[in-house]
Structures are given as C-alpha cells and as structure tokens.
Design a protein around this ligand. Structure first.
Ligand SMILES: Nc1nc2c(ncn2[C@@H]2O[C@H](COP(=O)(O)OP(=O)(O)OP(=O)(O)O)[C@@H](O)[C@H]2O)c(=O)[nH]1
Length: 400
C-alpha cells in the first residue's frame, strides 16, 4: 500500500470531517446545473515551486550525508533553516475582475489540475459570503485555527466570488491552498557531516518522543548508520524501559542512568560513548514535565551546556515532538518549547485516528518550522517524511 493510501486511511477522521463538511456546505445551497456552464470559470492555483517538490521528497531516513553542511567548530547557533516569522500566504496574482467568458471546454478545476473531466450535473453552489463563512467555520472546527482558516478561505475565494463551485472543486482548491502553505516546511531531518550528530528530542510527556526516537533509530539503522540513544528522561522508569525495548528492536545501544539521576551527566556519558563508538547519530530523549517550566528549562539548558563541552556545535537538531490529538494546544507547545530550547524542527505524531489534522496547517502557517516527519501509528514503519501534497489530499478527502 502506498504511503498516500495509508495516510489517507489513517487520516480518516480529519479527512472525513472536511470531506463531509464540504459536501454538506455545497448541497445546502446547491443547484443542479450542467458542468459545461459553470465548471470552466474556476481558476487553478499557481504551480508549485519546483525546489519545494525536491525538498519534500526524501524520507527522514538518512541518505548518504547530503546538503546542509555545518561547521564543526561553528558557534552553536540554531539552524538558519528555521524561519521564525511565518510567511503570509502569498496571494495568487489577484484578478478581481470577473474572468473572461469560459473557453469552450468541459474540464473543471479537477480536470485542469489532474487532466480528468468533471462529471456533468455535479451539484454546485454559488460562492457568496454565507458560503465563505461556512467554509471558515468548517476549517476552524478542523483545528486549522482562526487566522489560518480566514487566510485560506480568502485565498480560495479570490477571483471566484459569485462563481458556482462543486464540492469536488472546492476540495481541490482547498488541497491546493494547503499544499502551498505546507510546502516550505516539508523538510527531512537534515544530516550533517558530523560524528556524532546530536539530536535532542523534546516535547511534553506522552507526545510520542520515545516512539519517535525508536522509529527514527530503526530507520537510520536500516540505512546503515550507527546510532546511540540516551534515555534522558531519568524521572520516569517506564520511559527508560520503553526506550530499551525500542533499542532492542532497532539493535541500537540505549544508555540509561538510575532513576532520578542527572540527565545532563547521562548526556555527557552518551556523548563519550557515541564518540568512542564512532556513532553517526546520538539521539537524546528528554523529560517533558511542563508543570515546572523553570526546572525543565534548566534541565534542557544543562544538557546542552554539557554536550557542548564535547562538541560546541551540538545539538545539531532539536526536534520538538507534538501530538496531533491535542489540536490547537500544539500551537502553545511550540510557543513554550521555543522559549525552552532552540527548536529546529517538528515531528507530528498520532495523525492517525484524530480529527485534528488541520493543526499542522496552522503550525506551518504560524511558525514556519520545518516538519521533518509525521507519525501515523505505533508500529516501527509508521513514521514517514512529510509530503505536503499527499497530506493535503488526504486531509481534504481529495482523490489521489
Ligand atoms: N496512534 C499513534 N500512537 C502513537 C504514535 N506515536 C506514539 N504513539 C503512542 O503514544 C503513546 C505515548 O508515546 P511515547 O513515545 O511514550 O511518548 P513520550 O513523549 O515518550 O512520553 P513519555 O515517555 O511519557 O515522556 C504510546 O502509547 C505510543 O505508542 C502515533 O504516531 N500514532
């Protein structure tokens, strides 16, 4: 089964929420009209930027030491790839004037995008204020966030006000808007020519850090990389045990320390071991107790201070793991963890079985942080690269 099919199946809840919601909105005010009259005036969105397509393609599994090089002795600055200021959604070339008379073709938006012809007699509804409002509400209810939902619908409506659209065309438009927002953030975990490359993994308890580390370690291992894991959440014995299980599965050594001991000292020992072993990657799990932010901040800062004694450029990646089922709360978590650590990228877990997948769009729109991977299940292969187009299609229930 292709990852798209799998993603689509797994995203059923998010997908059907938007899918069925859009069908309902259109059928509410629909009139049956022959497709030939109304299908043509809908304009497709601009083409995707070719560079983004290339960037989005690779999986988070490590390919032989590619692009972004990092100076070994460089000051431990966060990666420049992190763009703190969310880019406003670039508007398509504004064409406020009504479009010219439709060309004598039977292809609607779907047809133009995918070379398929639009079925005749699709129910259509005129795009007016009322319909826009319903669209906004639907996107907000799918956890896209108010600002993002308003921007997305405004872009969808641009140049199309008063046009009659079928729900399929609206889904295509929405998918294309979502793709446009997500493309700049779809970036695999960057691999540096640094041994060991230190990946610090942060996030609240239960967000899926341990599972993500296990999945990543196993993928890197399968790609022939030497990996060491440090079970830095020394406050939870269960978390350490869980990591050990993942380590066994992935055939990766897991360094542990007695419960309640200093995670920074474990991180230092892990750096030493990883260096001795000539490991390619050191993945450090951390605690996620947000109840006491000051403590957590100090703990993370200490881990960073200590590993920098060994390598001033470490950590090379600080991954924030977010649980999609928390919906809008994920936005607060990014806010908080950006203050606690130099977050360089995101992994979104538990996209399976949640109706809150839209939060990824809000995250991309608001923070512009790279999304390295998404988790769609508890199994070892349920972590994959983030593909914006597939995600957008799966989320909107658009056919592949
Ligand atoms: N359905 C689903 N479950 C997931 C996914 N990722 C993790 N989980 C589950 O979420 C639960 C919490 O995951 P952990 O990896 O233990 O989370 P954590 O952040 O390490 O949590 P602590 O160990 O409490 O710090 C576990 O039951 C995982 O199996 C995912 O992508 N989909």
């Amino acid at each position: 089964m292709s990852f798209f099919k799998k993603l689509k199946n797994k995203l059923t809840k998010s997908s059907s929420k938007i899918d069925e919601g859009l069908d309902a909105i259109v059928s509410e005010g629909a009139e049956e009209v022959p497709a030939i009259e109304d299908a043509a005036p809908v304009e497709a969105q601009p083409e995707r930027a070719p560079e983004a397509v290339e960037e989005a393609a690779p999986v988070p599994t490590p390919e032989p030491e590619p692009e972004p090089t990092q100076e070994p002795e460089a000051a431990p600055e966060p990666e420049p790839s992190v763009e703190p200021t969310p880019k406003p959604i670039s508007k398509p070339a504004a064409t406020p004037t009504p479009e010219p008379a439709p060309a004598p073709e039977k292809l609607g938006l779907v047809g133009r995008l995918f070379g398929r012809s639009a079925p005749a007699n699709e129910p259509r509804r005129e795009l007016d204020d009322e319909m826009l409002e319903s669209l906004e509400e639907l996107l907000i209810s799918a956890d896209m966030g108010v600002d993002t939902a308003l921007r997305v619908t405004a872009n969808m409506a641009e140049g199309r006000f008063g046009k009659k659209l079928s729900s399929r065309e609206i889904k295509e438009l929405l998918a294309s808007e979502i793709t446009r927002i997500m493309e700049p953030v779809a970036k695999p975990l960057p691999i540096y020519p640094k041994k060991p490359q230190v990946v610090l993994v942060v996030g609240v308890n239960g967000s899926g850090k341990t599972t993500t580390i296990g999945k990543l370690a196993s993928q890197f291992r399968a790609a022939g990389k030497n990996v060491v894991i440090a079970a830095g959440d020394t406050f939870r014995a269960a978390a350490v045990e869980q990591l050990q299980v993942w380590g066994e599965r992935a055939n990766v050594p897991v360094l542990t320390a007695p419960e309640g001991s200093d995670p920074a000292s474990l991180a230092f020992d892990a750096m030493t071991k990883a260096e001795e072993d000539g490991a390619d990657l050191l993945m450090i799990d951390t605690a996620g107790r947000l109840q006491n932010r000051a403590d957590l901040m100090e703990e993370l800062a200490k881990i960073v201070r200590v590993i920098r004694k060994k390598d001033p450029s470490a950590p090379h990646n600080t991954l924030l793991v977010l649980d999609a089922t928390t919906g809008q709360n994920a936005l607060n978590q990014v806010d908080t963890f950006q203050k606690l650590a130099d977050v360089s990228g995101l992994v979104m877990t538990k996209l399976d079985g949640t109706a809150k997948g839209g939060v990824l769009v809000a995250l991309a729109d608001r923070f512009g942080l790279p999304i390295h991977a998404i988790g769609v299940g508890e199994q070892i292969d349920d972590l994959d690269a983030f593909d914006p187009e597939e995600f957008a299609k799966a989320l909107t229930g658009t056919d592949a």
